[in-house]
Every structure is written in structure tokens, then in C-alpha cells.
Design a protein around this ligand. Structure first.
Ligand code: ADE
Length: 259
């Protein structure tokens, strides 16, 4: 999986992703990261890439031309990296913007199927709309708050997508059995010692009885989701027994409210 980022701060992207698990995935060639500096494509003698907005208003707008040229360079670079007889598919271009669809795990899974992904990071008051119309295929936000630029959101998305690439996580199973798998939050985890400041690890986890452990963990996942993110339960896949357990939880809560 090859990630490309059009940005004014390539060093920020590199510093953020060349560490820890994504850094190891880059070193081992499972993913690649190519941060392209939009400023390198400015024709201005001071390498400026922004200008005042037509119609007035606060802030500056990134000009269309350097973005378009950086994009053209990148697409050509990707084309050249392909074998001659390989079919060339124009990569998706994600404009990282608070005006986009809010990113979630399902989107990460869908994007992880792509071979090449281009992220375009805005700054200042935005990017000239004309170049966005020409190159962007997806507008994605990481949440309903406004950051100073698109670099952190791009890194968040690249991290979430990378860990779904086979081999990036040591434990193949762990990218599946996690928060949001099946629309349930993850069950609580414990490690040694067995007793920490008087608090004991749940007995069932020490029993070695795999079926009981599994069913305890599912119940804990349901309980946690019910307490913290009940909105997720609507789309959770639960067995009949698990539904009964959830009904009991809801019933108990109602009793607590009215008692
Ligand atoms: N740029 C600024 N804020 C953002 C956000 N919340 N998501 C994506 N891109 C952004």
C-alpha cells in the first residue's frame, strides 16, 4: 500500500509516521510514504503558494496552480512506478477537510483495499475550489472540530488504514478483535500481577476455560458498549443469548433510574 501526501509540511508527516508501528511497516516495505511539498511547485520567486481570497474576507487561500502541478507530478511518478503492462487506475485523492464525511473504521477498511492513496492537506482558509473540483475524489473529516491544517488528520487516517494492511500488526488477529469489530467496544484487558493494589483480575480469566473466557469477554464488550457507546449497538451482531443479556442490562438500568 502506497501513501502519498500533498502538503506544505512534509517533515511533519514524515516525523509523525516514521515511528512505531507505521515506521516499522515503512522500513519493511509493507507500506510506503511519499510526502510531496506543494511549495516545490510554486513558480513564485519567493515560493509563495497562497494569496488573498477573491471577494475579500479573512485569511489566505492556497492557489490552484502549485497544487495541480504537485498532483500532476505525483500521478506521473505513480504511473512510472508501475510495470508496463499493468493497468493504470487514477488513484483516489482524499481532501482532508472538516467539510467532509466523518472518518470511521468502515471507511478505513474500504480505503485499505486501494493500492495507492493520495491525501491533500489544506492550510490557511482552504484551497482554491477549482483545483479541488479537478482532482479530489473524496472529502473526509476526522471529526466535528477545526484543526490548523490537514496534516494531523491525514496522519490519523494513514495510521488507521496501515494497521489493516496484512502483516503490519504482528498479531494477525488483533486488527480484527478490537474496538469497533462487530460494532462492539473491546472488552477490558488485564496482565500480571494477579492482584494490583488489592484489585484482583476477574477469576474466569485465570480458569483456562476458553469457552467461558470467550463468553465473559463478549458480555464485557456488550456491557462496555452499552455504557459508553450505546449508539453502536444498533448495528452490532449479537446472538440470541447476547440479546437477552443486553435486554437484562437495559431492564436493570431502567430499574436503577426508577428506584
Ligand atoms: N482540517 C482542519 N480540521 C480538520 C478536520 N477536523 N478534519 C479533517 N481535516 C481538517
Amino acid at each position: 500500500m502506497n501513501f502519498h501526501v500533498l502538503t506544505l509540511f512534509p517533515e511533519m508527516i514524515e516525523a509523525g509516521l516514521n515511528t512505531s508501528i507505521t515506521g516499522r511497516a515503512i522500513d519493511s516495505g509493507l507500506i510506503s510514504l511519499n510526502a510531496v511539498n506543494i511549495r516545490d511547485f510554486s513558480e513564485d520567486k519567493h515560493k509563495r503558494v497562497d494569496d488573498y481570497p477573491y471577494g475579500g474576507g479573512a485569511g489566505m487561500v492556497i492557489q490552484a496552480e502549485p497544487v495541480y502541478k504537485a498532483y500532476g507530478y505525483l500521478v506521473n511518478h505513480i504511473k512510472l512506478s508501475k510495470e508496463k503492462d499493468e493497468e493504470f487506475k487514477r488513484p483516489r485523492v482524499i481532501y482532508v477537510t472538516p467539510q467532509g464525511e466523518v472518518f470511521n473504521q468502515k471507511m478505513a477498511e474500504e480505503l485499505a483495499k486501494e493500492e495507492e492513496l493520495i491525501f491533500l492537506c489544506g492550510h490557511y482558509e482552504g484551497v482554491d475550489e477549482r483545483v479541488l473540483e479537478m482532482i479530489v475524489t473524496d472529502n473526509i473529516s476526522i471529526g466535528d472540530y477545526v484543526l490548523t491544517g490537514g496534516e494531523l488528520p491525514a496522519m490519523v487516517m494513514i495510521d488507521a488504514i496501515s494497521r489493516l494492511v496484512p502483516g503490519v500488526l504482528n498479531n494477525e488477529a488483533s486488527s480484527q478483535f478490537e474496538s469497533f469489530h462487530d460494532n462492539l467496544l473491546e472488552y477490558p484487558q488485564y496482565t500480571r500481577p494477579e492482584i494490583f493494589m488489592g484489585k484482583k483480575v476477574p477469576e474466569v480469566l485465570l480458569s483456562g476455560h476458553h469457552a467461558n473466557i470467550e463468553s465473559y469477554r463478549r458480555q464485557q464488550a456488550i456491557l462496555r458498549t452499552y455504557e459508553r457507546r450505546p449508539d453502536l449497538l444498533e448495528n452490532a451482531e449479537l446472538s440470541e443469548k447476547e440479546r437477552e443479556y443486553l435486554t437484562k442490562l437495559i431492564f436493570q438500568k431502567n430499574l436503577d433510574i426508577y428506584s
